[in-house]
Design a binder for this molecule. Structure first.
Ligand code: AMP
Ligand code: ZN
Length: 114
């Protein structure tokens, strides 16, 4: 296993308060929030980047997407709107190489992104 921040959080080696967890996913508040609601939907299994997903991961990605919608709904922000983002590799600014879906809500989000 590579030296991975999110694997350490999931293993309980680094303390973090999880907003949600099940057999396949955890949800974490981003430590450096870019919106009033900014959470990360993270699979328990280590997958470094989107490029490393296989056909067997389709259900996992679907669950991540549906969990994002559920989290925003719990915050009462689903009808206002929100953004989901996967950053992949250097040009997108990926810093943690264990895939995670950012979920941003609670403010007007600019487009195109920077
Ligand atoms: P990315 O740049 O897409 O790889 O996103 C990594 C995200 O992880 C950033 O938004 C960081 O703020 C966030 N992050 C880094 N360390 C932690 C941590 N210990 N707990 C929660 N979020 C973190
Ligand atoms: Zn990992």
């Amino acid at each position: 296993m590579p030296d991975c921040l999110f694997c350490k959080i999931i293993a309980g080696d680094i303390p973090a308060s999880l907003l949600y967890e099940d057999e396949r996913l955890v949800v974490l508040a981003d430590i450096n929030p870019q919106a009033p609601t900014h959470v990360l939907i993270i699979p328990r299994r280590h997958i470094a980047t989107l490029n490393d997903l296989g056909p067997g991961d389709d259900a996992l990605v679907g669950e991540m997407t549906r969990r994002a919608a559920a989290v925003v709904r719990e915050h009462g922000l689903d009808s206002r709107g929100y953004r989901t983002v996967f950053n992949c590799n250097a040009d997108a600014g990926q810093t943690v190489f264990h895939i995670h879906m950012h979920v941003l809500a609670g403010r007007r989000l600019a487009w195109p992104p920077g």
